[in-house]
Write a protein that binds this ligand. Sequence first.
Ligand SMILES: Nc1ncnc2c1ncn2[C@@H]1O[C@H](COP(=O)(O)OP(=O)(O)OP(=O)(O)O)[C@@H](O)[C@H]1O
Ligand SMILES: [Mg+2]
Length: 243
Amino acid sequence: MAKLELRGVVKRFGQVTVCDGISLDVEKGQTVCLIGASGAGKSTLLRCINLLEPIEDGEIFLDGEDISVPGLDPQGVRARIGMVFQSYNLFPHMTALENVMLAPRRVHGKSRAQLLPEIEALFQSFDLGDRMHNYPDQLSGGQQQRVAIVRALAMHPEVILFDEITSALDPQLVGEVLDVLLKLKKQGMTMILATHEMGFARQAADKVCFLKDGQIIEEGAPKELFDAPKRAETKTFLARALK
Ligand SMILES: Nc1ncnc2c1ncn2[C@@H]1O[C@H](COP(=O)(O)OP(=O)(O)OP(=O)(O)O)[C@@H](O)[C@H]1O
Ligand SMILES: [Mg+2]
């Protein structure tokens, strides 16, 4: 489980600066939550870390290695940094098992038979043992999201990025997905989450970062940030978010 360091990351879309010099340290095994209003730049920052968006300035280090140097093969980096999205993005014409096997087969060149024992165990440990052969539309939103997490784990990532992974779920299904995150935290996974789940951030984060207009304007342990925010902007945001 790797350490991640961002140094002065700048991302622009045309004239608009969406990440405005973001620096962030995520230690091995830490859970960092990114909070902030819609449009603050949380998703864009995660996409930059995963090299889905090229950055204009700054550096991103994964275990000390600069992964933001131009010309680096993004596939290699993406095999080391998992990402889970709000919309799960499972292929509808493949079973849960086939969805999970796809990337390890392609990227790591492993056969189904080689992968099966380990992947079966992953499904079982996330309470999906009897769902492996179902198609996505035969699964609840919470189950689909847990399959998407298993899919990320099957690649043995060093870090996983989660972008609002509970936002599309019915409220009664949110808990089962948050439980999976708590389990991963216990296992020592390094995780960065963009989240609107303030209760989860308070309970599980080692560090919470408040983003506004593409900058981290306040960060700290959840207790500090939620109970004694220093910046007026943080106070205003939390007053709305915690209502
Ligand atoms: N591909 C793109 N082209 C142009 N502008 C973009 C693009 N992607 C994002 N943006 C802009 O970047 C800004 C930050 O968007 P982003 O999706 O990162 O915010 P967010 O903090 O994740 O918001 P939310 O809480 O709604 O998910 C927004 O103003 C958005 O319109
Ligand atoms: Mg977003």
